[in-house]
Design a protein around this ligand. Structure first.
Ligand SMILES: [Ca+2]
Ligand SMILES: [Ca+2]
Ligand SMILES: [Ca+2]
Length: 309
C-alpha cells in the first residue's frame, strides 16, 4: 500500500499521519510506518515533526473538504482505439492507441511511474498516434482530472487507403462524454464514442481528429444498495442477479460501484453471493462505504452515475 496525496477522497480515513514534503502533502494511513515514507520521500523530516502536523493540519484539511460540494471527483476510464488500414498488413497493419486516466499516474510523463509509449516511427506507411500537449504517444495513462481533456488523434494514411477506427463503447463509463470530431470544429465528422463502435475514415484530409473528453464523475454511493433506496437487502441482490443473467429484461445498474459488494473492482456473481452471506449467514458487511453514503476508497474503472438518495 502506497501513501497517497491527501485529497477529499481521504477524508474518511481518520487514522494516519500527514507528511508535508514540498510541494506535496501526503496522507499516510496507519498501516504504513511513517519511517518507511521518510526513506522514500521525506529525507529532511523527523518523526516528531510529522506527529505535530497530524494534530493541526489534518483537522483543518478535513474541515475544508467537508465544505466542498460532494461528488465532484473524477474517476478512472480506459479508452482503446484500434486503427487499421483497409489493406491489413500490406498497408501498415493495426495500431492500438490507448488513452486512460488511472490513480497512480502523474499529470505528466514520469519515467517508471506512468504507462506511456511512443508511437511507431514516422514513415510513409500507415501509422497513428495520440498527441497531447505537443507530445505523441501510442499509450498514455494520466491521473484522474475534473477538467476536459482534448487531444489529437493523428492518422498517417497509406497512399489513399481508408483507415478503420474501432473501439468498445461498452468500456466507457455512463457519465462523462467522449467525442471524436474533425479538426475544423466537428462540421465534417462528429461522433459520440458511446453511441457507436467504429468509423471508416476515407477522406485523407482528416489526418487530425480531435478527441474531446469530459471526465466521468464519481458520485457518492452506498455499497450494496444497487437499487438506490438507501438500504441493502434482498431486493438489491435480486437486482444484481437480474443484471448479470437477464440484462435485457431489467434496467441497467447506474452505479456499478454499488454493485461491486466485495470491492474487488469488478461486478460478477461473487458480489450477490457476498451480499447473501452478509444478509443470511453472518458474513462480512459490504466493503466501505457502507452503510454510509460516501466515495470509493479503492479506485477502479467501475462507474457510478447515480448518487445516493
Ligand atoms: Ca437497496
Ligand atoms: Ca466485485
Ligand atoms: Ca473500489
Amino acid at each position: 500500500m502506497r501513501p497517497v496525496l491527501f485529497d477529499c477522497l481521504s477524508r474518511n480515513r481518520d487514522q494516519g499521519h500527514l507528511l508535508y514534503s514540498r510541494p506535496k502533502l501526503v496522507f499516510i494511513p496507519n498501516v504504513i510506518q511513517p519511517e518507511r515514507v521518510f526513506a522514500e520521500n521525506g529525507k529532511d523530516l523527523t518523526y516528531g515533526r510529522v506527529m505535530k502536523l497530524t494534530e493541526t493540519l489534518f483537522i483543518s484539511l478535513v474541515t475544508t473538504c467537508l465544505l466542498l460540494p460532494a461528488a465532484t471527483s473524477a474517476q478512472e476510464f480506459y479508452l482503446e482505439l484500434e486503427a487499421s488500414s483497409s489493406l491489413g498488413a500490406a498497408g501498415g497493419g493495426i495500431n492500438t492507441l490507448i488513452l486512460s486516466q488511472a490513480q497512480g499516474a502523474s499529470d505528466g510523463f514520469v519515467q517508471g511511474e506512468d504507462e506511456y509509449s511512443t508511437p511507431p516511427a514516422n514513415n510513409s506507411a500507415f501509422h497513428s498516434w495520440i498527441s497531447i500537449d505537443g507530445q505523441e504517444w501510442k499509450t498514455c495513462r494520466r491521473s484522474p482530472s475534473n477538467t476536459d481533456l482534448v487531444c489529437v488523434i493523428g492518422l498517417n494514411f497509406y497512399q489513399t487507403n481508408p483507415i478503420l477506427l474501432q473501439w468498445n463503447s461498452a468500456d466507457l463509463p455512463n457519465s462523462g462524454s467522449f467525442t471524436l470530431e474533425d479538426a475544423f470544429g466537428g462540421g465534417v465528422l462528429f461522433i459520440n464514442l458511446k453511441e457507436q463502435d467504429s468509423i471508416l475514415i476515407d477522406n485523407i484530409a482528416l489526418t487530425n481528429l480531435v478527441l474531446r473528453i469530459t471526465p466521468p464523475i464519481q458520485q457518492n454511493f452506498m455499497r450494496g444498495d444497487v437499487n438506490v433506496d438507501s438500504s441493502f437487502n434482498m431486493s438489491d441482490v435480486i437486482t444484481s442477479l437480474g443484471n448479470l443473467f437477464q440484462p435485457d429484461t431489467v434496467s441497467p445498474i447506474l452505479c456499478r460501484k454499488a454493485a461491486d459488494v466485495n470491492d474487488d473492482g469488478g461486478f460478477n456473481l461473487s458480489d450477490p453471493i457476498y451480499g447473501l452471506y452478509f444478509l443470511f449467514n453472518g458474513g462480512p458487511a459490504p466493503v466501505t462505504p457502507f452503510p454510509e453514503c460516501s466515495q470509493d476508497l479503492t479506485p477502479d474503472p467501475l462507474d457510478c452515475a447515480q448518487s445516493c438518495l
